[in-house]
Design a protein. Structure first.
Ligand code: SF4
Length: 244
């Protein structure tokens, strides 16, 4: 629901286009051109969260909410030395884990989610991260974004498209959707992006969103998708340029 969306998503909703696809925005040749440009610009991008197992990726993804990957990558190596297995996390007190992950922000909710997920894994999944969307969504603190990251990156399973703040913003800027929730944006993207591209598309757009199509003042003059984009907040837009 809009009132629960993080500030970054609210900003994206305000600044991105409101009406998609009235000029062939979803035409197959345009979608193909976007995918081709992403492939050429980002041929080998992968998940930026350091991990050695599906469980470590799950924890890192939970910690990455409203936090940079760089910060998460500083916290997790220490964390996984202290607590090597899901059983170790399942036995932790809320207070102890909060102190370990405090620097990632929202540490109370994150600690609750991680301990809850660890306890559920131990109780119901023999301590192993499950490989299905439904089973992942049964874990405390795991919604579709986290489940898609784990399925795609840890298991190579295309369960859907990861819609984080970058994918959400860019899908709207490119008029691939006009939806206002990550869940509905994902449904739209799953209809227009071929299934075999869901995993790579997610990685590429997240990378693109960090490096080029950033939230404020996107680097449109060096954007590989510039000729395909008519976003109202393009920084090559004369009206926008006057504001800068
Ligand atoms: S032209 Fe600008 S707004 Fe459009 S996709 Fe590229 S960086 Fe983003």
């Amino acid at each position: 629901m809009p009132s629960r969306q993080p500030a970054s998503l609210k900003t994206a909703i305000k600044t991105a286009s409101k009406k998609p696809s009235n000029r062939g925005d979803l035409a197959p040749d345009r979608i193909a051109a976007i995918l081709k440009a992403l492939d050429e610009a980002y041929p080998n991008v992968e998940c930026a969260l350091t991990h050695r197992s599906p469980w470590e990726l799950l924890v890192a993804t939970i910690l990455s909410a409203q936090c940079t990957d760089e910060r998460v990558n500083k916290v997790t190596p220490v964390l996984f030395v202290k607590y090597p297995t899901p059983s170790d996390f399942a036995a932790l007190s809320q207070e102890v884990l909060e102190n370990d992950i405090r620097s990632t922000g929202f540490f109370r909710n994150k600690a609750r989610s991680i301990i809850g997920a660890a306890q559920k894994l131990v109780a119901d999944f023999k301590g192993e991260v499950p490989q299905s969307m439904d089973a992942l969504l049964s874990l405390p603190g795991v919604a579709r974004k986290t489940a898609n990251v784990v399925l795609g990156t840890a298991f190579g399973i295309a369960g859907g498209v990861v819609v984080d703040t970058h994918v959400f913003r860019i899908a709207r800027r490119l008029r691939l959707t006009s939806e206002a929730t990550p869940e509905k944006v994902e449904q739209d993207l799953m209809k227009i992006v071929p299934e075999e591209r869901w995993i790579s598309f997610s990685h590429q757009v997240i990378w693109f969103g960090r490096k080029v199509c950033v939230a404020r003042r996107p680097l449109c003059l060096s954007c590989p998708l510039e000729t395909l984009c008519d976003a109202p907040d393009k920084s090559v837009n004369p009206g926008r340029a006057r504001d800068l």
